[in-house]
Ligand binder design. Structure first.
Ligand code: HEM
Ligand code: CA
Ligand code: CA
Length: 315
């Protein structure tokens, strides 16, 4: 057989990519993620979100992980949408990389480590354990201006969300299932403030917010002069548990962002919200599938990427 002329798809992501070069990868990463989860539980939501923000901008290539350098170009991390990605998530990846480099030097990409770590945190928080395919290469650059139009806004319409996701090869089911990541974690007030006081310029709150929750959110987040550090849980019922309560909240008008509640209000996505709210097993399956599809966005192969030695710096 002749082995040249390989297309970019000749090596899709596989479960066996490191089976010779770093068979203990999952174990090594798990040592770091489990300790990180014990010491800094917010690493879980933060890392899951980090993976999302990596994959949607230039593909799952670790481009989000690169730190700025003095005198260098602005990197993705510096873009407004990424400013409040928690440092605990970056720390997790850097620590895991350090350990993996000791046992399997120069082999495992940071993009793959991030995918594995995100899976670990889903599981540690009570969600499904699914196998992660690997074989991603790391990017050689990170540019802040790539971010803005590749990430959803907290007040995007379902139409806009579906369009953005479809550009990434993801469908309606993926949008609804992956939004279920908001079953854990928190949002700063500014992302939903207009819903509380001035919905679409009406000077009234969004009518699709459950009244008691509205009152509580208004107390937490004043219209002016509130602290920029205040956060509210996405899932008021079980903010630390990776379960399907997120969808039940949407039925009860207790979605936090406009984009969360919109999944219930839109007739295209409502049936899926209902289905996943009724069945945790279905949610876990749909979420794992969504993560696998998201994890395959824009994957770099061969010389289009590299294996970074340090996740925060190109080689
Ligand atoms: C569908 C459109 C989405 C929008 C508009 C959106 C927007 C946001 C916003 C505004 C925050 C709060 C950030 C902050 O204030 O600190 C957030 C947090 C979060 N997002 Fe999303 N997101 C979306 C989809 C996703 C997806 C697909 C995932 C992962 C699969 C995800 C995972 C998370 C997690 C886990 C948090 C909590 C982070 C933390 O507590 O540190 N989101 N998202
Ligand atoms: Ca990326
Ligand atoms: Ca929950």
């Amino acid at each position: 057989g002749r082995r040249h002329h390989q297309t970019p798809h000749a090596h899709p992501l596989t479960h066996e990519y490191y089976s010779n070069t770093c068979p203990q990868l999952d174990h090594l990463v798990s040592l770091v993620t489990s300790q990180q989860f014990r010491e800094f539980p917010i690493s879980a939501p933060a890392t899951i979100r980090l993976f999302f923000h990596d994959c949607f901008v230039e593909g799952c290539d670790g481009s989000i992980l690169i730190s700025s350098e003095r005198g260098g170009l602005l990197v993705e991390r510096e873009a407004a949408d990424n400013k409040n990605l928690a440092p605990e998530a970056f720390d997790t990846v850097n620590k895991a990389k350090e350990l993996v480099e000791k046992k399997c030097p120069g082999v495992v990409s940071c993009a793959d480590i991030l995918a594995v770590a995100a899976r670990d945190f889903v599981h540690l928080a009570g969600g499904p354990y699914y196998k992660v395919k690997t074989g991603r290469k790391d990017s050689k650059v990170s540019l802040h201006y790539k971010v803005q139009f590749n990430l959803p806004r907290p007040n995007s319409t379902v139409e806009e969300l579906l369009l953005l996701f479809s550009k990434k090869g993801l469908g309606k089911d993926d949008l609804v299932a992956l939004s279920g990541a908001h079953t854990i974690g928190f949002s700063h007030c500014n992302h939903f403030l207009s819903r509380l006081y001035n919905y679409h310029g009406t000077n009234r709150p969004d009518p699709s917010i459950e009244p008691r929750m509205l009152k509580e959110l208004q107390m937490l987040c004043p219209p002016f002069g509130g602290s920029a550090d205040v956060v509210a849980p996405f899932d008021v019922q079980t903010p630390f548990e990776f379960d399907h309560m997120y969808y039940r909240n949407l039925e009860a008008k207790m979605g936090l962002l406009a984009t969360d509640q919109a999944l219930w209000l839109d007739r295209r996505t409502r049936p899926l919200v209902l289905k996943l709210g009724q069945d945790k097993v279905k949610f876990f399956q749909a979420f794992a599938l969504g993560m696998e599809k998201m994890g395959a966005i824009g994957v770099k192969k061969g010389r289009s990427g590299e294996v970074r030695k340090l996740c925060y710096r190109p080689n």
